[in-house]
Design a protein around this ligand. Structure first.
Ligand SMILES: [Zn+2]
Length: 231
């Protein structure tokens, strides 16, 4: 009798211990993905408001997490773009085409390594002074994010992609710029804000921020991303 009691007691204790262990595991299984998400930057989504300029380098883990897609433009060039920015770009392109404005992608994502290669090649060919003036320092170009897109125009069936030619069409750029916020884009290098952005006015350089509301606010207030983020 005593033995049976002891055995039953032992069995009951085992059941309690095993089930509490199981419950603990379940609780951990439920909590684990969430706590990992907040602690592990690798599985965090990218920050679409990231600021990369001559003073702020690309975040170190960026190139490990950013999702890049490839497209071929009308010139036959392979262009790489961050995935969400590309989807938004396609919608912008369609909306503009409905108004008779035709755009294409000249360049978007550039890796830090590719920029280093450009810098090395240009230094060898043109010297350090030229490079200092015209080539972005690797790690400090907004194009590293994949969220900065350089557009070019197609006018009456002709591709217009040289900077000096593109600036001849301010009325077309005005139409393009007015459509940007609706698709989560802003114009980054604004006219008259050269000392804030560090760049001359570039009507073709647009920046995806993945937020229509903020894009509208930034555009309406005539702000650069620098001003918006430090206000
Ligand atoms: Zn650009």
């Amino acid at each position: 009798m005593n033995n049976i009691f002891r055995r039953t007691f032992f069995v009951l204790i085992s059941i309690v211990l095993v089930s509490s262990a199981l419950m603990k595991n379940n609780v951990q299984a439920v909590l684990a993905p969430q706590s990992q998400e907040t602690l592990d930057p690798v599985i965090n989504p990218i920050d679409y408001l990231v600021l990369v300029n001559k003073e702020n380098p690309l975040p170190e883990t960026w190139e490990d997490v950013v999702e890049i897609v490839h497209m071929t433009n009308s010139l036959g060039d392979d262009v790489e773009v961050e995935k969400k920015a590309y989807d938004a770009y396609l919608k912008l392109k369609d909306a503009l085409a409905e108004e008779g404005v035709f755009i294409d992608l000249d360049s978007a994502y550039r890796s830090v390594a590719a920029q280093q290669q450009i810098m090395d090649d240009f230094t060898e060919r043109y010297g350090e002074d030229y490079v200092k003036q015209y080539v972005a320092v690797p790690g400090f170009s907004e194009h590293h994010t994949g969220l900065a897109l350089d557009l070019y125009l197609n006018i009456d069936g002709v591709d217009v992609y040289m900077n000096e030619d593109m600036v001849q069409y301010p009325e077309i750029w005005a139409k393009i710029h007015s459509k940007l916020p609706e698709f989560g884009f802003i114009l980054h290098y604004l006219e008259g804000k050269e000392d804030i952005t560090g760049y001359s006015y570039e009507p073709w350089h647009i920046r995806y921020i993945d937020n229509v509301e903020l894009a509208n606010e930034i555009t309406e207030k005539g702000l650069t991303l620098e001003e918006f983020l430090t206000k």
